[in-house]
Design a protein. Structure first.
Lengths: 413, 151
């Protein structure tokens, strides 16, 4: 790889300014390359990421509430109460929440209840509660944790609407259409949260960097321990066994752009850029909670131990959003834990992009720069409910990015 | 007719009847001690050696009491036995789970007694988890007249 060539061009284009400020811009030929790139597609100034393991100030582990059949959305009678289920959104809860809430509330409101109970205060519960309020109901959330302490806030928090949302072989035949309706409704609702102070919902450029041409698998770091042998029988055996529906909404987001050598500011051979929506947990969470209280919502802190307890609630219409707890509470055998871990580097507001390189994803958010190890795709963490922190995993991921930035001459390796 | 009603009521009482509560000494100190060893081995990593939990992991003291109040012990036992330890759910023996529950009861200030906490769901169904010590039952001969104000 001709590192100097790439740097020369990135600097000439005003690429990584933080690095470029200390380097001597090489000579002329770059100008010719610039002329071929439309001004609107040039890579803007990008600040370098201070990727050092001692800047990892938090590590979060969650269990994605994966349900092999797709989210549970049916209605059940418990005593004299109607229960509308809304759980099992896998790695797509933040993305699908508004659409799924809309479906649940439509079912609930068909009985014209004045009061509705919502069980759970993760992102699915909170959006269900807000949607029910907007439909005219008085809402009480019964929950054992408020949003900041739920598993929702230990997630990635990006627009990933078909991330581990079903097993293709287990989902109902019409699930693709249901999913699309959910995703489109969410997308439209999320529009109303764009551009607000603190950017509760926002977009960023996502750079995908690679040492091998796109389409080739990224080599797996041999230092990473292999996945343990499956503790289950049957599917999934590979990432493609999970339901994939993104093509249905491909019209919503721009196509990825391949960055030509003269427009690639990174010291890697291959790069592309896409655009990604993501959620800033702190601002978005506060906004949703405040909206809920402002509309007269009440919260009762309590735990439930058996479905029959729901019949004792004063509300006779209940939207049930327990997330992964449904496995034990409702004995839902379709629920499978999928472990996920995110590392968090100290926030750098000047970093306004995401990147993926060597199976590590970086996303700069208001509350930190998120670092995730992605090797093994959707199989990673499947049927694993260990929520203990593996610091070595996050540190290894940080070092991948640290090494990337160390290649620049201002910070020689 | 009247006899039938009484029989039905008696049957209901027997079926639902929690005859003891967590304040009645439903475990022994020795059992809690055994449970403490098991707890530190299998539960303490997440819930903390002092049961206080973490930001992410629920505590097993404090709010644990109101959260479980009113349930019968078989429900708590079933939850612990099937959902825990989180990374290997259902991997502990029934006896070990009973011992761990005894340890948790002790840590929450419930008194020990002379009899160990059973690992049988049938037995546990008859023990109610009371967060607050219930008021003593009135003595049989201290029945007040209907409407009389307590002294």
């Amino acid at each position: 790889m001709d590192r100097r060539y790439l740097l020369k061009n990135s600097l000439a284009l005003g690429g990584l300014v933080g690095l470029g400020g200390c380097a001597t811009p090489p000579q002329a030929p770059a100008a010719k390359a610039v002329s071929n790139i439309p001004i609107e597609d040039r890579v803007p100034h990008l600040a370098p990421i201070r990727a050092h393991t001692d800047r990892l100030f938090d590590i979060k582990v969650c269990i994605r509430p994966f349900r092999t059949k797709g989210p549970r959305l049916d209605v059940e009678q418990i005593g004299d109460a109607m229960v509308v289920h809304n759980y099992g959104h896998g790695g797509s809860g933040w993305s699908l929440s508004w659409g799924s809430a809309n479906m649940a509330v439509q079912k609930a409101m068909s009985a014209s209840p004045k009061q509705i109970a919502v069980i759970g205060c993760g992102i699915i519960g909170l959006t269900s509660a807000l949607t029910a309020q907007r439909a005219g109901a008085q809402v009480t959330i019964y929950t054992r944790e408020l949003l900041p302490r739920t598993r929702s806030v230990r997630a990635n928090g990006s627009w990933t609407p078909d991330s581990r949302i079903s097993l293709a072989s287990e989902a109902p035949a019409n699930f693709g259409a249901t999913w699309e309706e959910m995703a489109r409704m969410s997308w439209k609702t999320l529009r109303s949260y764009l551009g607000l102070p603190g950017n509760p919902v926002t977009f960023t450029d996502h750079y995908r960097l690679s040492d091998v041409s796109f389409g080739q698998p990224t080599p797996r770091d041999p230092a990473i321990p292999p996945l343990p042998p499956p503790s289950w029988t049957g599917l999934p055996e590979k990432s493609s066994d999970f339901g994939e529906y993104a093509e249905r909404i491909a019209d919503l987001t721009p196509k990825p752009q391949i960055l030509t050598d003269d427009n690639n500011p990174f010291p890697v051979k291959y790069a592309s850029r896409s655009t990604q929506m993501f959620f800033n947990f702190t601002e978005y969470g506060h906004l949703l909670m405040n909206d809920f209280y402002a509309a007269g919502g009440k919260i009762v802190m309590r735990d439930f131990h058996s479905p029959g307890e729901l019949a004792d609630l004063p509300e006779k219409m209940i939207i049930n959003c327990p997330g992964f707890a449904a496995r034990d509470w409702w004995k839902d055998k379709a629920m499978v834990p999928v472990r996920g871990q995110t590392g968090w580097l100290i926030p750098q507001p000047e970093v306004n992009y995401a990147m993926t390189y060597r199976n590590v994803q970086i996303l700069s958010k208001s509350d930190g720069i998120m670092v995730i190890a992605l090797e093994d795709g959707d199989m990673k963490g499947y049927n694993n409910s260990d929520e203990s922190i593996r610091r070595a995993e996050s540190e290894r991921a940080v070092r991948v990015i640290e090494e990337l930035f160390s290649r620049f001459p201002t910070n020689p390796a | 007719m009247r006899h039938t009603l009484i029989l039905v009521l008696m049957a209901c009482a027997a079926a639902s009847g929690a005859q003891a509560g967590t304040w009645d000494g439903v475990y022994t100190d020795a059992q809690a001690e055994r449970g403490g060893v098991q707890f530190q081995q299998h539960c303490g990593r997440c819930h903390g050696a002092n049961l206080a939990g973490t930001f992410e992991t629920p505590p097993l003291v404090g709010r644990f009491k109101p959260y479980w109040s009113g349930a019968t012990m078989d429900v708590l036992f079933d939850y612990v036995a099937t959902a825990m330890p989180l990374d290997h759910p259902g991997s502990l023996s029934r006896a070990a789970n009973a011992d761990i529950l005894a340890f948790i009861l002790k840590a929450n200030g419930f008194p020990a007694g002379a009899k160990e906490l059973s690992a049988s769901s049938e037995d546990l169904k008859n023990i109610r988890f009371d967060a607050v010590r219930p008021p003593p039952e009135p003595a049989p001969n201290s029945k007040r007249k209907k409407g009389a104000r307590p002294q």
